[in-house]
Design a protein around this ligand. Structure first.
Ligand code: ZN
Length: 434
């Protein structure tokens, strides 16, 4: 192992940055001709029957009617009967370092699970995510596991472990004593590990941005509100001045900002401060959604997180019980954002529920008012745009990375087809085949 790592570090220094993932994952991928029943490219409404995709050197070389594509004689022909090929899916709100709260409560995960163990779990979660057809993730905070997401991203990029392309946020930024675990509910003489980096004041907020960015944060995540009210109500935490300072410091060095905000007041503070995305947003008013649209701020509704916590803690049974008040509030916000025309990206808060079940969010977006095609866009080209990766992935188009997935059936007609991935390719490397 030592020799292998020695070779890796020598390679990393010279070759790897120039010729990244396909070669790192094994032998250079040879040309492949993908032959599904139909292709949904993310450029239009309908899937194209009888189309094929040619992959060369980790990129999409051609897409179109199968008989119009001239594949090299030695290209591997991969038949995908009964399937629809789509761009690799994207989840803009994940937590690879968490697992479902009905297995272990969040407090107990953060307080009792060693970071080493959580990192190994995160590797397994990354693999499950890729196998589900999700080829890119924005992972919004390690929840007490420090900067370990940077190592997971690196191990994926170097081909040590399988996983999606990662956009990471490291520790996330919270107001002092306004997140968890504790201090509420714990004896006051305990010094508890924290689920994010606490700050008070503009200077500390700016320092946290700079430190997280230097350690590898692609995005800065802040918490604009949390359950800090007298009776646990969600109320603003970071001050408007602190949020503005975080946004300015992050933007100055090219890092976009994602804001956790569930209350109208918290969303308002974050939107007025100029964050790039709002996460959850369950209590957002129509006027604030209009301001988001005007300012080009995207929205990740995380509907599945609400459904999952309703199941765990409020006896909600999918398909049987009435939606809980929290689910109704989330649905109302989602329908309002849809009506107003806010950019909606697929972000599920997976980790609250099982990794690899990311399909549940697009399915819930359809249950709450999107068409299947709209939900697919939210999980492909729209999500890639929110990640500032237009042209890199999120569409099946010549020149883009060969990140694709095939599902039994046709998810552009029936979103539930996303439950049945049969083929996954990332960077031209096949990770799942029929
Ligand atoms: Zn989250």
């Amino acid at each position: 192992m030592r020799i292998r790592h020695g070779i890796w570090s020598a390679l990393c220094a010279t070759l790897l940055l120039a010729a990244p993932l396909a070669s790192a994952a094994g032998a250079p991928a040879k040309d492949a001709l993908l032959l599904p029943d139909r292709v949904w490219t993310a450029d239009g409404e309908a899937a194209h029957a009888g189309w094929a995709v040619l992959v060369h050197d980790g990129k999409i070389a051609a897409v179109g009617p199968a008989d119009a594509i001239k594949a090299p004689a030695d290209a591997e022909r991969i038949a995908l009967p009964g399937t629809t090929l789509t761009p690799g899916l994207i989840d803009l709100h994940s937590h690879l370092f968490l697992h479902p709260y009905n297995q272990t409560l969040w407090n107990d995960q953060v307080l009792t699970e060693p970071q080493d163990y959580r990192t190994l779990e995160a590797a397994a979660h990354a693999k499950a995510t890729l196998q589900a057809g999700f080829t890119a993730l924005r992972d919004l905070g390690t929840e007490g596991a420090g900067f370990a997401d940077v190592s997971i991203k690196r191990a994926i990029d170097e081909g040590l472990i399988p996983g999606p392309r990662m956009f990471v946020a490291t520790r996330a930024i919270v107001a002092t004593a306004s997140y968890g675990p504790g201090p509420r509910g714990f004896r006051p003489d305990l010094d508890l590990p924290q689920g994010a980096q606490p700050v008070t004041g503009v200077d500390a907020a700016v320092a946290a941005v700079r430190e997280q960015a230097a350690r590898g944060a692609d995005w800065i995540k802040l918490y604009a509100d949390y359950r800090v009210g007298d009776h646990g109500e969600t109320m603003p935490t970071l001050s408007p001045a602190e949020i503005k300072a975080i946004v300015a410091a992050a933007h100055q060095i090219g890092r976009p900002v994602a804001a956790h905000a569930a209350s109208e007041a918290g969303v308002r503070n974050a939107v007025e401060a100029g964050v790039d995305t709002i996460e959850h947003g369950y209590g957002t008013d129509e006027a604030t959604f209009r301001l988001m649209r005007q300012k080009g701020i995207a929205y990740e509704p995380t509907l599945t997180a609400v459904e999952a916590t309703s199941e765990y803690f409020q006896h909600y049974v999918p398909g049987k019980s009435e939606p809980t008040p929290a689910m109704k509030q989330a649905e109302h916000a989602f329908r309002t954002a849809l009506k107003v025309g806010v950019t909606i990206g697929n972000g599920s808060d997976v980790g609250v529920f099982a990794h690899g079940e990311n399909w549940r969010e697009p399915a819930m977006m359809v249950a709450d008012g999107m068409t299947p095609v709209q939900a697919l866009h939210a999980a492909t080209n729209v999500a890639a745009h929110i990640l500032r990766q237009d042209g890199q992935f999120g569409r099946i188009a010549p020149g883009a990375f060969a990140d694709m997935a095939a599902f039994a059936g046709d998810p552009s007609r029936d979103i539930q087809a996303l439950q049945h991935p049969v083929f996954v390719m990332k960077d031209g490397v096949v990770y799942r085949r029929p």
